[in-house]
Design a protein around this ligand. Structure first.
Ligand SMILES: Cc1cc2nc3c(=O)[nH]c(=O)nc-3n(C[C@H](O)[C@H](O)[C@H](O)COP(=O)(O)OP(=O)(O)OC[C@H]3O[C@@H](n4cnc5c(N)ncnc54)[C@H](O)[C@@H]3O)c2cc1C
Length: 296
């Protein structure tokens, strides 16, 4: 990472929200559910599927969890009403995981029930490592009863063990590198090792006949994913690629043109700041290019 990028990454949290907003826009559909619905219609017409995410983190009261639970249910109803090619992505902390596990389970059960009634898939996002055990336990408990999946992160040293442990049942996994800052004891710090572990875990998932959401914009990983898809002779509907809204639209078109299925992660909501900061830290070049344009 260049000196400029490292400095931007360190200071992004200090930039006022008003100044971040112009850079953040690309990563989110807008403040309202209708923004996510309209964007999904557009992406569907371009051949891409979506997964809709309600933005909102650091939930600390029961009422907030109920608000977010009801909003998630409205997302499911709108997907159904508009016949969208979309599913739901869900953060367990938003459902109250950090308040009480019982509350979280009560909320997610209601969402899973509604999703089952409407025939819509729900994916539980993976948050920082303090949530890994609980997220995987909830996945394991409910995976036979509902149409759900979760996420594994290639930067975690434990991920290969988790794949083995979860192999005693249906596996529907989004595989990503991982976005949270984790200590060396539990997470690989070297980019190349994370890549190697991604390829290793992807192959182990394919061997176990998992349905994998291959979530990356890294062309090196996409090359290896295509190699493994051929090696295991997977049919088009036995995996999917996944990308974030606002990231490398050219690559999105390339993947679709190669005949793969691809899903775009579409977040919406008023609480856009923490998500956008994570995205900008991932790629401070966006701020750099904007500044260069401004200074020209
Ligand atoms: C659909 C989806 C869902 C995800 N869900 C989770 C989750 O549940 N839990 C979790 O921890 N992480 C999640 N992530 C994030 C993931 O862990 C990575 O942090 C992120 O995808 C960047 O890694 P990469 O594989 O694209 O590789 P990178 O090496 O980071 O990126 C490869 C290239 O993609 C482009 N790029 C990447 N990020 C950006 C950006 N923000 N802005 C502009 N360009 C960019 C750049 O050109 C970069 O060189 C998800 C990612 C995707 C695509």
């Amino acid at each position: 990472m260049s000196l400029f990028n490292r400095s931007v990454s360190l200071f992004i949290d200090k930039i006022p929200p008003g100044a971040i907003a112009p850079f953040a826009k690309r990563y989110i559909a807008g403040p309202e559910l209708r923004d996510a619905v309209n964007l999904t219609k557009k992406l569907n017409s371009q051949g891409a599927m979506t997964t809709i995410d309600v933005l909102g983190e650091f939930v600390s009261t029961v009422d907030e969890t109920i608000h977010f639970r009801n909003l998630a249910i409205r997302v499911l109803e709108e997907i159904d009403r508009n016949k969208l090619d979309a599913n739901l992505s869900l953060k367990l902390t938003q459902m109250g995981l950090k308040i009480s596990k019982a509350l979280c389970i009560e909320n997610v059960e209601k969402i899973f029930e509604k999703a089952k009634e409407l025939g819509i898939f729900v994916r539980m996002d993976m948050e920082d490592s303090s949530c890994t055990d609980d997220t995987l336990e909830i996945y394991r408990t409910y995976r036979d009863k509902f149409n759900i999946g979760t996420v594994l992160q290639a930067y975690l040293r434990r991920t290969i063990d988790d794949i083995e442990k979860l192999s005693d049942g249906r596996l529907n996994i989004r595989l990503c590198k991982g976005i949270y800052i984790e200590p060396r004891e539990i997470a690989y710090q070297e980019k190349d090792i994370v890549r190697d572990n991604y390829i290793f875990c992807l192959e182990e998932l394919f061997k176990r006949k998992a349905y994998v959401g291959i979530a990356t914009h890294d062309e090196y990983l996409i090359f290896h994913a295509e190699r493994l898809i051929r090696k295991y002779q997977l049919k088009r509907d036995e995996y999917e690629f996944q990308m974030l809204l606002g990231v490398d639209e050219q690559l999105r078109k390339i993947i679709l043109n190669r005949g793969h299925r691809l899903r775009v992660y579409v977040p919406f909501g008023k609480d856009w700041l923490p998500y956008s900061i994570r995205r900008l830290k991932e790629n401070p070049n966006i701020i750099k290019s904007a500044l260069e344009g401004y200074l020209k």
